[in-house]
Design a protein around this ligand. Structure first.
Ligand SMILES: [Fe+2]
Length: 243
């Protein structure tokens, strides 16, 4: 049987243990709060560093893109027949994108891809590019390699904007008879279908060494003829409706 003294001592012991537990809990809580405060501070520092890095990356990308766009312009400058082609195709691509009401990111993707769509021609001589007669198989193969060459040039830059599919497929045809992959219909990236129209329209309305520029009316009727075969039917008509 437990006497009063034992009971009192047992209670004292329990109270003492409870106090100890309470002290430990309070210490842990303080430690926790300290950690939370430290974590908050660390999180803010990291967040700022990530933001700074993103800003630096974005600035680098802009410099990269400006450099590459300059390269594309330099490439065109040596040939009076292609001078301004990429800039005009970019301008047309933006007009069509605006007409479609797509978001700003897509419009910027389309503009950049259009500016750089023929970058891969850098490795082809003007003699071949401007050849008036029929191309040999080898020359045609060389011309057809330019979308892939552009992708090879641009891939190591790890661009922020995903423009490579637009560039790679700007010579695909809606009916599947284009190049390099003979993609058909909606399998062709939307941006590439859009650039194909802008590109063809500018090519038709510009002088070439082997023919004079077509009038806007004739070029538009050619786009209409190609709607659904060479070009995306709906996009072609949206383009025609811009005039
Ligand atoms: Fe091209």
């Amino acid at each position: 049987m437990i006497n009063n003294n034992d009971f009192h001592s047992e209670n004292e012991h329990l109270i003492h243990e409870l106090d100890q537990v309470k002290n430990i809990a309070q210490a842990k809580e303080r430690l926790c709060m300290l950690h939370v405060a430290e974590m908050d501070e660390l999180y803010d520092v990291l967040k700022k560093q990530v933001k700074d890095l993103q800003a630096a990356h974005f600035a680098n990308q802009k410099i990269f893109m400006a450099t590459i766009e300059t390269l594309a312009l330099t490439l065109e400058a040596k040939d009076i027949y292609t001078q301004g082609h990429s800039s005009r195709v970019a301008e047309y691509a933006v007009s069509l994108a605006n007409k479609l009401g797509v978001d700003k990111t897509f419009t910027e993707q389309a503009r950049l891809a259009a500016s750089l769509h023929d970058l891969g021609k850098i490795g082809i001589t003007e003699k071949v590019l401007n050849k008036p007669g029929t191309l040999t198989d080898l020359e045609f193969k060389l011309i057809k390699s330019h979308p892939i060459t552009a992708v090879k040039i641009l891939t190591p830059l790890e661009l922020t904007y995903d423009i490579l599919p637009f560039i790679k497929h700007h010579h695909e045809r809606y009916d599947g008879n284009g190049y390099p992959d003979r993609l058909k219909g909606e399998n062709i990236p939307f941006g590439a279908r859009l650039i194909a129209i802008a590109d063809s329209f500018d090519a038709m309305t510009s002088d070439r060494p082997y023919r004079k520029a077509l009038t806007i009316e004739i070029a538009l009727s050619e786009i209409e003829k190609g709607a659904g075969t060479q070009f995306d039917y709906e996009l072609a008509h949206k383009w025609i409706n811009l005039f």
